[in-house]
Design a protein around this ligand. Structure first.
Ligand code: PAF
Length: 281
């Protein structure tokens, strides 16, 4: 695996592969790789001739009071994990390399952002859309792999690809979980041991919601109350949101039918965790 920090160098490599008719699969990440990322890389490996993984903690998608500075970073460990999972290139540019000049143009996401994380993280998805656009233009992949844990991000990237006519197939990949159900996340290391135990209630609340819907409950408010009770009684975390929408449109639903997303975000002392389930109600 080749580790590249310069845009121009990666472009040269990609150009050569394209000339030889090879397909490129792309896994954009912010590093501190875990099994969730590795499942994206392995899927990309299985479906493409060349696999590019990027590691870039994108300052544009963090709010002023968010964890940009403390976001975990470990390039050396990530390099060996990405290599073992089958990546051909690890693209790890500096902030200076990605944003050499103050931007004169940036992306603004107009739809699907007034709900879920978009509501509590203003500007976050504009930052994601801007960096993903830049990365797509640098890597020129045929396929791009995104984890379904960030379901709103998947919906936003889906809109970006369609609106800007990127000739790229978006491949959403199912959330990878710990044995006790907690969704894998780079931020899980910031949980105290007690919070780590409590955090299993997040997935339990989603399972309880799905079961209640399977048993005929069609009222979104009743499901949200059920989940709130589980999280409030079993954790010390503070609920940021529990919301239910149609998916991928992210529109409110009066009654639970069709394809829906149930999503939540909960703040613990050192980490804000998100999780979701998407299914046909
Ligand atoms: O999901 C992430 O890690 C980031 O939002 C992404 C897609 C790499 C853009 O910075």
């Amino acid at each position: 695996m080749n580790v590249i920090e310069q845009i121009a160098e990666l472009r040269e490599e990609i150009k050569e592969h394209k000339r030889n008719g090879r397909t490129v699969g792309f896994v954009p990440t912010m590093g501190y790789l875990h099994d969730g990322h590795l499942s994206l890389i392995k899927k990309a490996r299985a479906e493409n001739d060349i696999v590019v993984v990027s590691i870039f903690v994108n300052p544009l998608q963090f709010g002023p009071s968010e964890d940009y500075d403390s976001y975990p970073r470990d390039l050396r460990h990530d390099t060996s994990l990405a290599r073992e999972a089958g990546a051909d290139y690890l693209f790890a540019p500096s902030v200076q390399e990605m944003y050499a000049a103050a931007p004169s143009v940036s992306a603004t996401v107009k739809d699907r952002t007034d709900v879920l994380c978009g509501k509590s993280r203003p500007g976050h998805f504009d930052g994601v859309a801007t960096v993903v656009t830049k990365l797509f233009n640098i890597v020129l992949p045929e396929r791009a792999y995104f984890g379904q844990k960030d379901a709103q991000q998947v919906a936003v990237v889906d809109g970006l690809i369609k609106d800007f006519n990127f000739p790229i197939k978006l491949v959403p990949v199912e959330t990878v979980r710990e044995d006790d159900g907690l969704a894998k996340s780079s931020r899980n290391i910031f949980l105290t041991p007690e919070e780590r135990q409590e955090a299993t209630a997040l997935y339990k609340s989603l399972q309880a919601a799905r079961e209640a819907i399977g048993n005929g409950q069609k009222n979104p408010e009743t499901i949200i109350e059920l989940m709130k009770t589980i999280i409030d009684t079993q954790t010390s975390g503070k609920i940021d949101y529990i919301e239910i929408y149609s998916y991928p449109e992210l529109k409110p639903v009066d009654t639970l039918k069709g394809r829906i997303i149930i999503a939540l975000a909960v703040r613990f002392s050192g980490a804000r965790l998100i999780d979701n389930m998407i299914f046909n109600a």
